[in-house]
Design a protein around this ligand. Structure first.
Ligand code: HAM
Length: 422
């Protein structure tokens, strides 16, 4: 068959799954330390949710959404990110009226029609965290610290955290005016998108990847000089808490992020070794978004990691399975005993496989391919003496044990081996 997977959408093959599991288990462990609980939303939402949530004039909404009309005529979109969906679910189920503070994480596939390259895909996965109901600077710093703690727990090296403040509605208006005044003098250098967005959403120009736009933005005013007193105090306190937490960070006054919902603190974590797509995580505060989506006036802050980018940085992980291959060498009675052992092992929670109808040689070959460290052999001799030969497939050393004790022996061997590999 020559039907292939869609460009930019990858299969995750068994050899890579141990890395994915490691990431997912580490997320649950680290986020659990901070009181985050998991929430899962559908991958499809009404398109309107993203238009309202992310902003009409962002690349994500203008160019990257997978949008279609379903059979009833509704416009639906595959989620390009998780924040809008999580907030929709929180509002829909009244979670903030049950408890005004919520800490929620999610994991799953997101979809953006972007030009695929290393670290950039059309289906990619995010680990997403949202913290709702707390507006103080401590919650910003702790959220950023949690993101950094996850990256560290994953063993990622060469990390850099960049932080900025985008101010609130009031001070950003002042900044926008100054930015527009500056950009209007650079208009001939701006790409068509930026020329159009400049009047309504000039901050987007600062996030544009087109070289001439980047050059045009080089001498632009910086938001930090326009922060109102409250936003400045908030930002200073966030930075001071980050110092108390011992999180290394650098201020980046031109960090604006690609989505429109952010207010005050924004941040990104980059890692070395990824080329141009080096942001492994990004996020920030969004104090108006819950309300914009029809919920209570609750502040929020969150972030998302790109799992594929994290996976690219991880060392190979041991893909070997723990278990025992059962081999039968002899007549029907031997096979019956081997099938019996196979069931006993599984009932005891020990993974086991067998191909008793194949030749002894072929069975041993399968045992080697299984990735299990041990095999249990029952031959004519073993059957007569009610024994089982347990063979270490790495060292080829073997022991004989009474059939009745085989299960416990194998369990102990597997346990000892696990202890050693730690
Ligand atoms: P974002 O910066 O658009 O933020 O995406 C977060 C992370 O997802 C990026 O840093 C990157 O690692 C990964 N990512 C994004 N697009 C792709 C892609 N096409 N291929 C592979 N990885 C990708 C958000 O999505 C916000 N919702 C984060 C957030 C949560 N802000 C507040 N709460």
């Amino acid at each position: 068959m020559d039907v292939k997977a869609i460009r930019g959408m990858s299969d995750i093959l068994p050899g890579d799954v141990p890395k994915w599991r490691f990431v997912e288990e580490t997320v649950r462990k680290v986020f659990g330390l901070y009181g985050f609980v998991e929430l899962r939303t559908p991958v499809l939402e009404r398109t309107e949710l993203f238009l309202r949530g992310i902003g009409n004039e962002t690349d994500v909404v203008e160019k990257q959404m997978y949008t279609f009309t379903d059979k009833s005529g509704s416009s639906l979109s595959l989620r390009p990110e998780a924040t809008a969906s999580v907030l929709r679910a929180v509002i829909e189920h009244g979670l903030l009226s049950e408890d005004p503070i919520r800490k929620i994480f999610s994991m799953g596939p997101m979809f953006r029609y972007e030009r695929p390259q290393k670290g950039r895909y059309r289906q990619f996965h995010q680990i997403n965290a949202e913290r709702l109901g707390e507006g103080g600077p401590f919650s910003d710093a702790e959220t950023l610290q949690m993101a950094y703690a996850l990256a560290s727990a994953l063993g990622l090296k060469g990390l850099a955290m960049e932080v900025n403040s985008l101010g609130c509605e009031t001070c950003r208006e002042e900044f926008k005016k100054a930015l527009q005044a500056y950009l209007s003098k650079q208009a001939d250098r701006l790409c068509a998108d930026c020329a159009r967005r400049m009047a309504t959403n000039p901050l987007r120009v600062l996030d544009c990847k087109v070289v001439s736009c980047k050059q045009a933005a080089e001498g632009a005013p910086v938001i930090e000089d326009y922060l109102c007193e409250e936003c400045r105090d908030h930002y200073d306190q966030v930075l001071s808490y980050l110092k108390s937490f011992g999180v290394p960070y650098a201020k980046n006054p031109s960090l604006v992020r690609g989505l429109d919902y952010y207010t005050r603190t924004t941040f990104e974590i980059t890692a070395k070794g990824l080329g141009s797509q080096n942001a492994i995580a990004g996020g920030g505060r969004y104090d108006n978004l819950v309300k914009v989506l029809g919920g209570p006036d609750a502040p929020g802050i969150g972030f998302a990691f790109g799992v594929e980018r994290v996976i690219l940085l991880l060392e190979e992980r041991d893909a070997r399975e723990e278990g025992c291959f059962v081999v039968a060498q002899g007549d029907e009675r031997v096979k019956t005993a081997a099938v019996g052992l196979l069931s006993e092992l599984r009932s005891a929670g020990i993974p086991a496989q067998a191909v008793p109808e194949k030749s002894f040689k072929a069975q041993m070959r399968r045992a080697g391919k299984s990735g299990y460290p041990f095999c249990a052999i029952i031959g004519q001799d073993e059957l007569e003496k009610s024994l089982v030969t347990v063979k270490d497939l790495e060292t080829s050393s073997q022991v004989q044990v009474p059939h009745t004790e085989a299960r416990e022996k194998i369990r102990t061997l597997l346990k000892d081996r696990k202890g050693e590999s730690r």
